[in-house]
Design a protein around this ligand. Structure first.
Ligand code: 1AG
Length: 134
């Protein structure tokens, strides 16, 4: 049985979100607002199908995918660039490669103890987020 990421998760730490957003070309004013946010993730995992809904007081982002099936990602409300994205398992980690204009773009989700971890990558920047169950 694969690990189950399903649940509602609240952000408790957010390391180098500023660097990640800068690498994505997010403007100063938006970064100032965005780095104050404490987003919540609602993850639904059903076999190989996932939905990950990230919500905040400022912007929301909804992602749906199947493991191993490339999809068009629009990053609407984030940097708005389009990517060809692909999520695969690497042991118990979920790895997403977001191919597009930005080099080395992607993310990894994993569980550690009772916490949900997320590493967000763009170019030479890595943001590390940790979430606890709501
Ligand atoms: C995400 O991807 C996307 C959600 O977690 C936010 C993560 C990073 C934000 C990306 C770029 C910053 C751009 C604009 C800043 C403006 C608002 C920030 C809003 C944050 C809440 C939506 C991985 C995920 C899998 O889909 O969990």
């Amino acid at each position: 049985m694969p690990v189950d990421f399903s649940g509602t998760w609240n952000l408790i730490s957010n390391d180098n979100f500023e660097g990640y957003m800068t690498a994505l070309g997010i403007d100063f004013a938006t970064r100032k607002i965005a780095k104050m946010l404490k987003p919540q993730k609602v993850i639904k995992q059903d076999g190989d199908s996932f939905s990950i809904h990230t919500t905040s007081t400022f912007r929301d982002y909804k992602l749906q995918f199947k493991i191993g099936e490339e999809f068009e990602e629009d990053n609407k409300g984030l940097d708005n660039r389009k990517c060809k994205s692909l999520v695969t398992w690497d042991d118990d980690k979920l790895i997403c490669v977001q191919a597009g204009e930005k080099k080395n773009r992607g993310w990894t989700h994993w569980l550690e103890g009772d916490d949900l971890h997320l590493e967000l990558r763009c170019e030479n920047q890595v943001c590390k987020q940790v979430f606890k169950r709501a």
